[in-house]
Design a protein around this ligand. Structure first.
Ligand SMILES: *Cc1c(COP(=O)(O)O)cnc(C)c1O
Length: 418
């Protein structure tokens, strides 16, 4: 297949690279703590092909909403293969997951009430649950966490004694059991020290509260695929060493919830230059990709990319001091980067962004252009695994003006007629 003939823009996942990174993850876990499970973080990128590729390799579905939970079931996961996290669980799926033996990590007061109710309704069963703990990671790793001294807002606070109260409350339910701790914390540094501190916290909580844990869930937040940064084989031996002080793989499973670290290196976004224009002193290249595709939260300050120039004109190019690479949208902020002292680009050349697998496809907006095509690369061929959106997918079952009259005076919250 001639990639030049493929319509841009599109995302590509390189299957071989993905396989390599996944193998690196499982190898280092196997060597460091052979009793482990991987819960793949749906929110990072829930492309059905990707999720089912990982499912085929035995991962659990780590979900943080009812919608993600429903997608997991849609894609063939059983309730017992779900790791249910986050503060916006819904009662029905919470119960479903617990009853089926999935991993539920509680994050909020109402979930404690739900647990009490389920336990009361099923007195003959014992329900193992996890508790998400919030602790002062910034104090342990100064300058490294996302929220800094302000602290995070997930889980039950350890330092202020709320976690202790939760432990007490769960222990007062005769047929509930604290089976796990969930310690996911986001950091800027994604350093090995962060995960050592998290593992150390698990040990400390075990000692302080005399917990018998079936699992310790470290969460996600690992680095992957970036030169000079840590990789899986750096994290897990270090973590295993610390956990080994209080836990043994015989009794306690290590749960990890990687997202972006698994996909980074395997994913690219291919765009084309659609127009070259000079305005004032500036050279602008308009491309058919957008910052909204690869930096939807507008936080990146640089991009990893390479150029693919058209063969016919490649040799005659001069160098230009500065070209402003910009996106297709009508917003002025949709400028990606300033390409300095590089080859003069022409209409039809391609700019391929690298390391764009996480928090891109899942955060893409439906602004001006709809979601782009997604391919996988297998043995040098591109295979399309998701079609770009068209008005058909956008419209869904929306009404046109006038059609709502058929509903009469009855107000329907969901706007649907059946
Ligand atoms: C976001 C998230 C992850 C995945 O984080 P990455 O940085 O993509 O590895 C895992 N677990 C939980 C609870 C999360 O919120």
């Amino acid at each position: 297949m001639d990639e030049w003939k493929v319509r841009t823009p599109y995302f590509v996942i390189d299957e071989k690279q993905l396989g390599k990174d996944f193998a690196m993850l499982t190898d280092s876990l196997q060597k460091s703590w052979e009793n482990y499970r991987i819960g793949y973080s749906f929110k990072t990128n829930s492309l059905p092909w990707l999720v089912t590729y990982l499912k085929d390799r035995g991962v659990l579905a780590e979900v943080v909403s009812d919608d993600e939970y429903a997608l997991a079931l849609w894609l063939g996961f059983h309730d017992g293969e779900v790791v249910y996290n986050g503060p916006v669980k819904e009662r029905e799926s919470f119960c479903r997951c617990l009853l089926a033996g999935g991993m539920v990590n509680m994050d909020g007061q109402r979930e404690l009430t739900w647990l009490e109710e389920i336990c009361r309704d099923h007195p003959g069963r014992v329900f193992p649950v996890g508790i998400r703990v919030n602790f002062d990671l910034e104090k342990l790793c100064p300058g490294e966490t996302t929220m800094g001294e302000a602290g995070g807002r997930f889980g039950f606070g350890y330092e202020n004694g709320v976690f202790a109260k939760v432990v007490e409350r769960v222990r007062s339910i005769p047929n509930a059991r604290i089976a796990g701790l969930h310690l996911h914390s986001s950091s800027k540094s994604r350093s090995v020290a962060i995960f050592e501190a998290i593992a150390d916290m698990a040990c400390r909580l075990k000692r302080e509260f005399d917990l018998q844990l079936s699992y310790v869930d470290l969460g996600g937040g690992y680095c992957g695929g970036l030169a000079g940064r840590p990789q899986y084989p750096d994290y897990f031996p270090a973590v295993g060493k610390i956990l080994g002080q209080e836990f043994s793989p015989k009794e306690t499973m290590l749960v990890v919830e990687p997202g972006v670290s698994l996909l980074s290196k395997a994913s690219t976004f291919v765009t084309s230059v659609v127009d070259v224009r000079d305005i004032g002193k500036e050279r602008y290249l308009i491309t058919d990709g957008s910052r909204f595709n690869i930096d939807p939260t507008m936080i990146k300050s640089s991009y990893l990319f390479h150029l693919e120039l058209q063969e016919e004109t490649k040799k005659q190019r001069r160098t230009m001091a500065r070209q402003c690479i910009s996106g297709f949208s009508c917003m002025e902020v949709d400028r990606l980067f300033s390409y300095e002292n590089g080859t003069e680009l022409e209409e039809g050349d391609r700019i391929v962004y690298e390391n764009v697998g996480g928090y891109t496809m899942s955060l893409n907006p439906l602004f001006i252009r709809y979601f782009p095509d997604v391919y996988i690369r297998r043995k040098g061929e591109l295979l399309k695994v998701r079609d770009r959106w068209t008005p058909k997918e956008y419209v869904q079952r929306a009404m046109r003006f006038g059609e709502e009259k058929a509903l009469g005076d009855v107000s329907r919250e969901d706007g649907r007629t059946e």
